[in-house]
Design a protein. Structure first.
Length: 365
């Protein structure tokens, strides 16, 4: 047992699949993904956006392939990016085959929507031949007609029934390299569906609250939905779906995992909301530091607290800390121990120096 058992998350045991060189499931790190919103046929713009998404810390990216020109554009796109590309396919089985043949490392499909069993067979053959995994993407907004008629409305049981039906289609074709999602824009529905499905299968689960909304509301909904499931030990890969720049999806996804100690990338800042006791402008300081430290990928904890009420206690638990002091004399803490006084005007420069120094030290170990 750890020193702090209340922080332990017992992850559900799942099978391991591959999405290119990224392993999903099992004991592998929970991967973060996003989706491009460029026209896939605009190859240059799509490559640039994928690289931005990757630089923010995404492990996988999804690209929509609504037509033949888009699926064939993947050949050039995948040659110029460093993370595996998932092709998002709906209805037309030939798009899936083309995507697999042109560099996609995973296909997001609903096998039940592909067509007859011969078409499904052709898609799975192309996936096998090209070392391409599959995500069964069940969505409350596009359930099979007979399932929707049976259950009257999208409900957890309906999403799970659709998932199990599509699992059987793949298993009957001896295809096992797949993960599953059961998404809804409703937080309650999503949580209930994932919880039910997690008890019925050991395939890896991709988590998401679909069509979550704008940056603020979508981030909140995703944090509640994904956070609840992750605390339950459910989830092997995640996407935060926002009506915004996909780079922001990756940032929020990584922050969710970071807050649960499931993955640690970059600087984790603990900061106070500020009040009349603050000895320096906490809010402005944190904003500047977030920008100046965005290039750091080494896990480091940093506390920025405006006064001595909670400052020393927080600093004792972080790698680097600043606590506000009287007359512009603020205290710098290193590894929980008082180090030196720092003038208010020098806080940004000093903290950046110490974080970069700490990152170098840790990278050598």
């Amino acid at each position: 047992m750890s020193l702090r058992p209340f922080r332990e998350i017992n992850r559900r045991k799942t099978k391991t699949i591959t999405v290119g060189d990224v392993k999903v499931g099992g004991e592998n790190p929970i991967s973060v993904q996003s989706m491009t919103n460029t026209l896939t046929t605009d190859i240059k713009a799509t490559i640039e956006q994928i690289n931005d998404i990757h630089n923010e810390g995404a492990d996988i990216v999804r690209v929509s392939c609504p037509d033949e020109e888009s699926s064939k554009a993947l050949k050039e796109i995948t040659k110029n990016v460093q993370i595996p590309v998932i092709a998002d396919i709906h209805f037309h089985y030939k798009r899936a085959i083309e995507a697999a043949e042109n560099g996609a490392r995973c296909l997001r499909i609903n096998p039940g929507n592909i067509g007859d069993i011969n078409k499904v067979h052709d898609v799975l053959k192309a996936a096998k031949d090209n070392n391409c995994s599959i995500r069964i993407g069940v969505n409350a907004g596009s359930l099979e007609k007979d399932i929707l008629e049976k259950h009257k409305e999208p409900c957890p049981e309906a999403l799970v029934e659709s998932a199990l039906r599509n699992i059987k289609i793949l298993e009957d074709q001896d295809f096992f390299n797949f993960k599953i999602s059961v998404k809804s824009s409703d937080v309650f529905l999503s949580i209930a569906a994932y919880r039910q499905l997690s008890k019925l299968t050991d395939y890896p689960l991709h988590l998401g609250i679909t069509e979550a909304g704008s940056f603020v509301s979508g981030s909140v909904k995703s944090s509640i939905g994904l956070g609840t499931l992750l605390l339950d030990g459910i989830g092997d890969t995640i996407r935060v779906s926002l009506s915004d720049d996909p780079v922001k999806e990756v940032k929020i996804g990584n922050e969710i995992l970071k807050s649960l100690n499931l993955r640690n990338r970059g600087v984790k800042i603990i900061s106070c909301p500020s009040c009349a006791r603050q000895a320096f402008q906490v809010i402005d300081t944190v904003k500047i530091l977030e920008e100046k430290l965005s290039h750091i990928t080494t896990p480091i904890t940093l506390s920025i607290i405006g006064c001595v009420v909670n400052g020393p206690g927080e600093a004792a638990l972080t790698d680097i800390g600043i606590t506000g002091g009287g007359k512009g004399n603020n205290m710098l803490y290193l590894s929980g121990v008082q180090s030196e006084k720092v003038l208010t005007d020098d806080i940004i420069k000093k903290v950046v120096e110490e974080v970069e120094k700490k990152a170098q030290e840790l990278s050598k170990n």
